[in-house]
Ligand binder design. Structure first.
Ligand SMILES: [Zn+2]
Length: 299
């Protein structure tokens, strides 16, 4: 048998390392349009919808319930409902309006009017925009009541999953972003943090242990006012999703935020680049699928 040269040994070591890295069971990405492989038993599915410069997140829970967090600007209502229907749902069990800015509640009146809704959670703060007034009108007309979305409220809990509101702890009417509902969803040993547009002032009031999460929806579309080095030290997200529009007027996501995330080794996904991002959890591991369809904008 021919003896291996030192270069052959180095090459085989490198190849082994590459194979081991690509088999990391914690993390898989499926390319655009591919169906995720059915080798895992996903029971919690989080869809970060591509809704331009805004937020809208659809969650499927292990017990068959569903949740919509925010509904972007007012031309996405039909597209969001179509998307929810395509996932096999004809009702939203939990509707969360993180705060009353139009890039979060713009389409919510349309949604309340056009699909069955269970519970509605909003922070106890109001504004005088037409979108907000229409939403309140639609909620009343449907006979729904708004539940106070404040720290300490348990939205749902099952054997192995839960959704709890961590903030707001106080209401600052002069800063709607800092009234955002901050929600933590846990399934098995996996955890997701949804922070709306909460800035550091609001986030710093939350206990460190509550903040810790594997998957972070970056606050305020990746603004430096929300995601700081100090805060990331507490959250320690393995994955971060940034919901923002292509070439938006605000320069979101901010460079400092991307650098801070890279420095802690968080994998970054952006709706402006990755379209709708779906993260599946089986209670232990995550599977990420990017390149899913964007939400259609009504003309
Ligand atoms: Zn926003």
């Amino acid at each position: 048998m021919k003896r291996k040269s030192i270069w052959q040994i180095i090459l085989s070591l490198v190849l082994t390392a590459v194979i081991l890295c690509s088999c990391d069971p914690f993390f898989n990405i499926f390319s655009s349009g591919d169906e995720p492989e059915k080798e895992y038993d996903a029971k919690l599915t989080v869809h970060y919808l591509d809704v331009g410069q805004g937020d809208s997140i659809f969650i499927e829970f292990p017990n068959g319930e569903d949740m919509l967090i925010d509904a972007s600007e007012n031309y996405y209502g039909e597209g969001i409902i179509d998307y929810i229907n395509e996932q096999g749902y004809n009702k939203i069990d939990y509707l969360i309006a993180t705060h009353p800015h139009t890039d979060h509640i713009g389409s919510m009146a349309y949604i309340v009017r056009n699909i069955d809704v269970g519970s509605v959670y909003m922070p106890k703060v109001s504004t005088n925009t037409n979108q907000y007034k229409s939403l309140i009108k639609a909620i009343k007309k449907k006979g729904l009541t708004v539940k106070n979305g404040k720290a300490g409220v348990n939205v749902l809990s099952g054997d192995d999953h839960s959704a709890d509101i961590l903030a707001p702890k106080t209401i600052d009417e002069s800063n709607l972003n800092n009234c955002s509902i901050v929600l933590k969803v846990v399934y098995g040993s996996t955890s997701f943090l949804f922070v709306g547009d909460a800035g550091t002032g609001e986030m710093n009031k939350i206990n460190k242990s509550d903040l810790a999460a594997d998957v972070l929806k970056a606050g305020h579309h990746g603004s430096k006012t929300s995601t700081t080095k100090k805060l990331l030290k507490k959250i320690k997200p393995e994955f971060t999703v940034i919901s923002c529009g292509k070439d938006n007027d605000y320069g979101h996501p901010h460079e400092q935020v991307l650098t801070a995330l890279e420095n802690i080794g968080s994998r970054i996904y952006r709706t402006d680049e990755d379209k709708t991002i779906i993260i599946y959890s089986d209670g232990k591991e995550y599977t990420v699928k990017t390149g899913n369809k964007s939400i259609a904008r009504a003309s």
